[in-house]
Ligand binder design. Structure first.
Ligand SMILES: [Zn+2]
Length: 346
């Protein structure tokens, strides 16, 4: 089969790789119908954090093609969505809802020998606990397929930030970052009933999308300028909750400084800090830092029905559609910020 693999820093390529196949009784093989390219793919590839030949992509949905003999909840032909991690679903961390900490879990493409989502098929370990069944039209419907694909990572990650930051009806929220996760956090904050949502970014088109997703204010600023304008917008009080959806030192520092004393930062940007963030303002104002890698699978039973009903729709994030052959160009376009998020139909 064909799959996208890491070649060298900043470069992926489409290659022929061994076919995905059942290796353990709990495995399923999923034929990929749609896959996403994620901002974290760009970080791992751009910084050369992979080994040459390692598979890429962790967002996909598709059709169950084969099941191991221990798989009971899925049948061949089922439409399914994979969260970005697989997990056994029954260890103490999984039972506590932290499936991302499963001792027998992993992230597509990161575990040794694991398949990536940007390929023709994927071997899914612990298929019963990992995969979520979808209505069949989720694979083909032009509106629904991108909206559901956003549930593989970015939408539940934005939601996780909002949950971690304690956003509630009436909250004032700042979302730092105008990538797919930041925009999903805007959507999630609006869903949670936030009264004021300030989207902080730099890309005019993405800030316009933030307004469509429920932001009440947008701010194209960074550093001290962002601090000053966030203070002005909140009459000097600071926001109740901030979301950090970038993973850089300046973004985390902006989120901390934007938050009122006793407020909370939900941080979900994949950390790639070049220097240690200044935690002084968090210390002196009792600003809590919560969040981390999103246990996506835990949120899917709550979010999937709303996405299928059309009341929660992040599908507008996808502004590029291509095939596996287009994936290297999609990485380049996303890195250059001319594409927000790519949808790949193998
Ligand atoms: Zn587990």
């Amino acid at each position: 089969m064909r799959a996208v693999v890491y070649e060298r820093p900043g470069r992926v390529a489409l290659r022929t790789v061994p076919d995905a196949r059942i290796e353990r009784p709990g495995d399923a093989v999923v034929r990929v119908a749609a896959a996403g390219v994620c901002g974290s793919d760009l970080i791992f590839v751009g910084r050369g954090l992979y080994q040459a030949g390692q598979r890429c992509g962790h967002e996909f949905l598709g059709v169950v093609e084969e099941t191991g003999r221990a798989v009971t909840a899925l049948r061949v032909g089922d439409a399914v969505l994979a969260p970005f991690c697989w997990a056994d679903g029954d260890c103490r961390h999984c039972l506590a809802g932290l499936l991302t900490s499963c001792a027998d879990g992993g992230v597509w493409g990161l575990g040794e020998g694991s398949d990536g989502g940007q390929g023709e098929a994927v071997r899914v370990p612990h298929a019963d606990a990992t995969l979520v069944r979808l209505p069949a039209e989720a694979l083909t419907d032009r509106r629904l397929a991108p909206a559901v694909l956003a549930l593989a990572d970015v939408l539940p990650t934005g939601h996780h930030a909002v949950v971690a930051a304690g956003v509630r009806p009436g909250s004032t929220v700042a979302v730092v970052g105008d990538g797919a996760v930041g925009l999903c956090a805007v959507l999630a904050a609006a869903r949670a009933g936030a009264e004021r949502i300030i989207a902080v970014g730099s890309h005019p088109g993405r800030l316009r999308l933030a307004l469509r997703f429920g932001a009440t204010d947008t701010l194209a600023a960074r550093g001290a300028d962002a601090d000053r304008r966030l203070a002005e917008l909140t009459d000097g009080h600071g926001v109740d909750a901030a979301v950090e959806a970038v993973g850089t030192t300046p973004a985390l520092e902006t989120a901390i400084r934007a938050t009122r004393p006793g407020g909370t930062v939900g941080f979900v940007g994949l950390p790639h800090h070049d220097t240690a963030p200044d935690l002084g303002p968090a210390f002196f104002h009792n600003v809590a830092l919560r969040g981390g890698i999103a246990p996506v699978r835990r949120y899917l039973p709550e979010l999937l029905p709303e996405v299928c009903a059309g009341s929660l729709d992040a599908g507008a994030l996808f502004d590029f559609t291509g095939t596996l052959a287009d994936v290297p160009a999609a990485y380049d376009a996303m890195s250059g910020r001319t594409v927000l998020k790519a949808l790949i139909r193998p």
